[in-house]
Design a protein around this ligand. Structure first.
Ligand code: PGA
Length: 259
């Protein structure tokens, strides 16, 4: 602990890119979406458990939050309402999630932008409320295929980044690369992903550029994780389909641990 503080102090007072990069510990988050926990998730050697050199986060459906927290996993919710309580049928607030023992919450996943019509302003409100409740928001941004094909990808992510607070984790998830359960969906190439991650980093306030973790999401799997995670601006993954297989998820975590 003492050592970590010293490292941070050194990094803060010296302009040393390597030290600053070291602060961005890799984060691999499992987004189980609307699926029950994969069998074996609570085994003693389960890959969903905390790892010594990678931040492993598991985002189950609401009904399994308590069980996962009880097993001492580091848990994120898949969404949360920005208001603390009130007449919002079917919703759970950020404050309630924090009280339950969640550490993270996904904000603005493209499923919710599409199905629940969440806007950029909604996502900003969620991220702010999450931080206020002491949750770390994992804010998802990313363009659709049509937006990419018409040259709007960077404008779209810039608009999604606008007004977001500091202290969050970002996940660049190009909508066209998300598997939707089809494991044959190609991920973004590591070059395309790196280009967008570097662009996203350049759009952050100076004070947050070196410390903000930017995860990649969209068909990350054992076959492509090494190349994606080797990119200088990719700090981890938000993993959907492959996170439902303990074997595949464990391989991704192990790959991240070597980076
Ligand atoms: P995928 O999902 O890994 O199945 O593409 C990622 C996500 O939507 O978070």
């Amino acid at each position: 602990m003492h050592e970590a503080i010293e490292m941070q102090d050194i990094a803060a007072t010296h302009d040393c890119p390597m030290l600053r990069t070291m602060e961005r510990k890799k984060l691999i988050a499992a987004n189980w979406k609307m699926n029950p926990p994969p069998s074996g998730w609570d085994a003693p050697d389960s890959p969903y458990r905390p790892h010594p050199s990678v931040d492993v986060v598991v985002c189950p459906p609401f009904l399994w939050l308590r069980e996962c927290i009880g097993e001492e996993l580091v848990v994120g919710a898949q969404c949360g309402h920005p208001e603390a309580k009130g007449t919002h049928t079917g919703c759970v607030s950020m404050a309630m999630l924090a009280e339950e023992g969640c550490a993270y919450v996904i904000c603005g996943h493209s499923d919710r932008r599409r199905e629940q019509k969440e806007t950029n302003a909604d996502v900003v409100a969620q991220a702010k409320a999450a931080l206020k409740a002491t949750l770390i928001p994992i804010v998802c941004i990313g363009e659709t295929r049509e937006e990419r094909q018409t040259g709007k990808a960077k404008d779209v992510v810039s608009a999604q980044l606008k007004d977001l607070p500091e202290g969050i984790v970002l996940a660049y998830e190009p909508v066209w690369a998300i598997s939707n359960g089809d494991p044959s969906t190609p991920a973004a190439t590591s070059a395309d992903a790196q280009e967008m991650h570097a662009f996203i980093r350049s759009q952050l306030p100076k004070s947050a550029q070196e410390t903000t973790r930017i995860l990649y999401g969209g068909s990350m799997k054992p076959e492509n994780a090494a190349e994606l995670l080797a990119q200088p601006d990719i700090d981890g993954g938000l993993v959907g389909n492959a996170s439902l297989s303990p074997k595949d998820f464990g391989e991704i975590v192990n790959i991240a641990a070597k980076k």
